[in-house]
Ligand binder design. Structure first.
Ligand code: COA
Ligand code: ZN
Length: 324
């Protein structure tokens, strides 16, 4: 069975925008539940200005605890500049992600830099991280649509992606930050990107604002992309991108992929434990589009005296090896 690789970004993209301040202990527990569900890679936090994103002010302490508790879990951290990289390095980070938006205004709003300055900052951060032996990811944010400038030209996306690749990014993450892409857009842009970046190093990051995230993930799969970001319970959104709703829910992606013949290494029933926990912490209902059905399967399993097979009869619930 062909494997897809999922980075669960709920601890970072998911939590950064939440009104409720989540404690470090709770963040570690969320990540523990994800790990126990078979998630092999998370985006754990970001080393950004605590004034810009107060929710991530505990990045150093959180990463220190994760390094001890889950040494085999891939735990990427977002860094916008060299200062962020230095903080991440001092906290023992082994993997970082830089964030380059595809438009002037989005870079200005997000990291207070022009597009050119953001390219330079991302390149120098990637190079410095590679010198430290770190694994690196580079986001191309608003790659399909920008809330301030509209659709960025495809050629610009190709150029920016290639620059990040040449600066040493191991993974180029094409992000639909505001969830505006259609499957046709995804097919067009990712097919073009696959001509300039090896498919094995391309990843897709979708938001579900218009209900098209799963369809977009399928379009990316059809192009040949096998790396995806997703967020347990669909929690997420960028505080600096108006209109950005939650991310593609990890449970939706896992269910769709496994029902379509791909292995994810993630156990959906265990993943629901993480969604339930996040729901309690954030004090509001969470869950992707499949979560009502998934929870019903779990209830049936619990309620059934003899029906212990209700869940395991569904391929989506079959335990497989984590995709480390
Ligand atoms: N981590 C923590 N503090 C940082 C930092 C980082 N990575 N980079 C800069 N700072 C500090 C500086 O030391 C300075 O501190 P001081 O006021 O105590 O002297 C202050 O932030 C301003 O520094 P400056 O270089 O002028 O930054 P800025 O005000 O132009 O802000 C960013 C730039 C990138 C730090 C800020 O916009 C940011 O953190 N953005 C995060 C965006 C984000 O997380 N978006 C969501 C993810 S896509
Ligand atoms: Zn996002």
């Amino acid at each position: 069975m062909e494997q897809i690789f999922i980075t669960d970004v709920s601890p970072r993209d998911g939590l950064q925008n939440q009104a409720v301040q989540v404690s470090t202990v709770a963040k570690v527990h969320l990540i523990r539940l994800l790990f126990q569900a078979g998630v092999a890679s998370v985006e754990a936090t970001s080393f950004v200005s605590p004034k810009a994103v107060p929710q991530m002010a505990d990045a150093t302490e959180l990463l220190r605890q994760l390094n001890i508790a889950f040494p085999t879990l891939r735990r990427s951290v977002l860094v916008p500049n060299l200062k962020g990289l230095e903080r991440a390095y001092n906290a023992g980070a082994k993997e970082i992600a830089v964030v380059l938006a595809a438009t002037q205004t989005m870079n200005q709003k997000n990291i207070n830099m022009s597009l050119d300055a953001a390219v330079n900052a991302s390149e120098e951060t990637l190079r410095a991280a590679r010198e430290q032996g770190m694994r690196t990811r580079a986001y191309i944010a608003v790659a399909f649509d920008c809330p301030f400038e509209g659709v960025p030209p495809l050629n610009r996306i190709l150029t920016l992606a290639r620059k990040m690749f040449d600066a040493g990014a191991n993974e180029i993450v094409i992000a639909d930050t505001i969830g505006a892409a259609s499957p046709a857009d995804v097919k067009e842009r990712l097919t073009a990107l696959a001509n300039v970046i090896p498919l094995t190093q391309l990843a897709a990051h979708f938001h579900d604002t218009r209900g098209m995230a799963v369809a977009n993930a399928w379009a990316a799969l059809e192009v040949g992309v096998r790396r995806f970001d997703a967020s347990a319970g669909g929690i997420g959104g960028c505080p600096f991108a108006p209109g950005a709703a939650g991310n593609l829910a990890t449970e939706d992606l896992v269910l769709m992929a496994e029902r379509s013949g791909f292995a994810t290494g993630i156990n959906l029933e265990r993943l629901l434990d993480a969604v339930d926990f996040a729901e309690i912490e954030l004090k509001r209902p969470l869950g992707g589009r499949s979560s009502t059905w998934l929870r019903r399967q779990r209830e049936k399993k619990i309620a059934s005296v003899s029906g212990a097979n209700v869940l395991s009869s569904s391929p989506a619930y079959v335990d497989s090896q984590p995709n480390r």
